[in-house]
Design a protein around this ligand. Structure first.
Ligand SMILES: [Zn+2]
Ligand SMILES: [Zn+2]
Length: 52
């Protein structure tokens, strides 16, 4: 899952439906206390985006 607590600087997440890609240029660090600020991950086209 592409929630922010397992994304780090330079990671790319992609929507397999439309091809949208987003690069993480600054990680938020919220994984350190195990509480992701986006628990359901990032979605596009109503589906979760996947880490590339
Ligand atoms: Zn976060
Ligand atoms: Zn999409």
């Amino acid at each position: 899952m592409s929630s922010c607590n397992n994304l780090k600087d330079g990671d790319v997440i992609v929507c397999e439906h439309c091809g949208l890609e987003m690069t993480i240029t600054k990680a938020c660090g919220c994984g350190e206390d195990d509480a992701a600020c986006s628990e359901e991950g990032f979605n596009c086209c109503g589906k979760p985006m996947k880490k590339k």
